[in-house]
Design a protein around this ligand. Structure first.
Ligand SMILES: C[S@@+](CC[C@H](N)C(=O)[O-])C[C@H]1O[C@@H](n2cnc3c(N)ncnc32)[C@H](O)[C@@H]1O
Length: 190
């Protein structure tokens, strides 16, 4: 998966936003406190090769709905090849409500995002955050990670401010140093 990441980063640097898949340590930090065992519908944005997917699925109860949304053709194909049994749709996370509706769900209990928000412009951040807010039920949880150095970038700081405006509760995890590069998780409740 390393080679695929580097290739996709070279081809689509802003959309991929990373040169390496996330670590197991970051994946565990992502699912911490999400109460996935209580969820009926869970969405993952930008699964890439599936670094977070196994940790999510391991905590969900049988019969609950899971869907991953990936917009990059090569990442989508790589995910399908490795996790053929897992539900994934090739689309933008901006269309999360339509994806849920197509699967018979009105809203999600949890959304776990692998999107590289600090690489996105303001307009795309706004579009994706509005779609996320609309797709999440009241009291639902949203987890998303950020690279530590992203806090130095205007887009990373703008994203942090937008999260605080969008969600009544936003916490930050401790820094996960066992990730390349080091990262932390924003844990939000609607
Ligand atoms: C930083 S990589 C994270 C991959 C994986 N979750 C991980 O942590 O290793 C970002 C992923 O988000 C995908 N992506 C970017 N914009 C997207 C969008 N609007 N909708 C769905 N996926 C998107 C990219 O193609 C890529 O697979």
């Amino acid at each position: 998966m390393f080679a695929r990441f580097i290739l996709e980063f070279l081809r689509h640097p802003l959309n991929t936003g990373a040169i390496a898949p996330s670590s197991r340590a970051l994946a565990r930090a992502m699912v911490h406190g999400l109460d996935l065992d209580q969820a009926s519908a869970v969405v993952e944005y930008g699964p890439g090769g599936g670094a977070f997917t196994g940790e999510i699925l391991a905590r969900m109860r049988p019969g609950a709905l899971f869907v991953a949304i990936e917009n990059n053709a090569a990442m989508y194909a790589a995910f399908r090849a490795r996790h053929g049994h897992v539900n994934i749709v090739r689309d933008s996370a901006a269309n999360v409500s339509a994806v849920l509706a197509s699967l018979g769900a009105s809203q999600a209990d949890c959304i776990v995002s692998g999107l590289p928000w600090a690489s996105f412009g303001e307009k795309l951040q706004d579009e994706l955050l509005a779609a996320t807010h609309a797709a999440l039920r009241d009291g639902g949880r949203f987890a998303t990670f950020a690279y530590l150095q992203g806090l130095l970038l205007p887009a990373g700081r703008a994203f942090a401010r937008k999260l605080a405006r969008c969600f009544p509760e936003v916490d930050r995890s401790p820094v996960c140093w066992r990730n390349l590069p080091p990262a932390f998780v924003y844990r939000c409740v609607k």
